[in-house]
Design a protein around this ligand. Sequence first.
Ligand code: ADP
Ligand code: MG
Length: 268
Amino acid sequence: MSKSKINHYEMLASMKQNERIEDALKMLKLTGMLATYNTLAQFANKENYTFHDYIESLLEKEILLKEDNRIQQWIQQAKLPYIKTLNDFDFLFQPSIKERDIKELESCRFIEEKHNVLFLGPPGVGKTHLAIAIGMEAIKKGYETKFMPLDILISKVQKAHKDEELQMHRLYKQLLNPKLLILDEMDFYDTDQTVSNFLFSLLIQRYEHSSTIFTSNNHYSEWGNLFNSKTRAGAIIDRIAQYSKIIYIKGKSYRLEYNLKKIQKILA
Ligand code: ADP
Ligand code: MG
């Protein structure tokens, strides 16, 4: 045994037992166990836990914390613009949406089946909210997710194209690899050949391999101008629609209603 190891063990031996336990837990990066082992030991003593019960509870704490950390990290990587959940969604306000359809999407079976989802409808009716909420569920269930508004994607492609080939490749991988991609606001933008090639190739490659949620104020049949060619547009749109759950949202803008109520309150 090397001198430094002997010193290390001698030092450990001189510590109190709690310090030794804490050192070991820190070294093994078991921060959930570190935070709970002492109080849980007292509780276990009081509640007559068996040794196995205690170890099992301690491991549960560690797993919960690690899972929580993973979810937080994946939410950050997904670049969700804000956090929205299905619990925050008022289905009574938007009766054109069948709650059962959304519950089905919440199960993320569509990701296993490599299907797409289209949320179509006017501004303010909750398309982005629902897409984010389903993205959150996907992350919790372990599907890597990425959120990208189409206008941001377009400017990123244009910037990457100007910079260098490598940047373009990196961006492409970022959008190709996630099990779930949320392309928000598929609306009208002037796209040059580089952008439409990128978009076409990305969607063709994702088709049948992974899932995409699209939100749009326009019907998907009107997305053609994004691809700079009628044939390409037809080919990609047919494929998208073939394996898609399409949810049409009709009705009032929640945003508008909310703002109106705020103004009425101020005036009252
Ligand atoms: P869209 O993407 O259709 O334009 P958003 O999803 O951005 O609309 O919704 C606008 C705002 O209204 C968001 O803050 C969203 O959380 C909220 N919102 C929309 N519909 C509902 C709803 N039915 N229940 C609760 N909040 C809603
Ligand atoms: Mg939106």
